[in-house]
Design a protein around this ligand. Structure first.
Ligand code: RB5
Length: 154
């Protein structure tokens, strides 16, 4: 699974720490290296601190893919999509995860640790990693916004 996209950078807040640990173990069991940007326990933290770390790394091309988790996934998605070339998709269902790859070439998957059960979250990660981008008309659409914010200092 996903040899061309390893390593993956991950980040979460306290609300999604237990799910982050499970997803990290799942990835490593499948031969994918993980760069864990934290958080590392359930002590209350601010999700933007971890979202910025992961999203800026993907934005700068240091990692091809990232996974971010918070309670709902909403805050992390808001943070991540402020960075140029980041296409973060909040996917708390399988169809969105598949379409985020096929049509949006999403490079950051965002999950809600207080929304998802472990088994569904694992399936969402699996299909997100396995589904290719379709390109074509979808690439033309991405080209219309992909460079937004590029001149901003990261
Ligand atoms: C933390 O309580 C919670 O607000 C956060 O995990 C996330 O859901 C924000 O969008």
């Amino acid at each position: 699974m996903g040899n061309d996209i390893s390593p993956i950078i991950m980040g979460c807040d306290h609300a999604a720490y237990p799910l982050k640990e499970k997803i990290k173990a799942y990835l490593m069991q499948n031969g994918i290296q993980v760069q864990d940007a934290g958080t590392h326990d359930e002590t209350s933290v601010d999700y933007p601190d971890f979202g910025v770390c992961v999203a800026s790394s993907v934005s700068q091309g240091k990692y091809a893919r990232g996974i971010l988790l918070c309670g709902t996934g909403i805050g992390m998605a808001m943070v991540a999509n402020r960075f140029p070339h980041v296409r973060a998709a909040l996917c708390n269902d399988l169809y969105s995860a598949i379409q985020s790859r096929r049509h949006n070439n999403a490079n950051i998957l965002v999950l809600g640790g207080r929304v998802l059960g472990d088994a569904l979250a694992g399936e969402i990660v699996r299909v997100w990693l396995e589904t290719p981008f379709e390109g074509g008309r979808h690439q033309l659409r991405l080209d219309k916004f992909d460079g937004f914010g590029e001149s901003r200092n990261l």
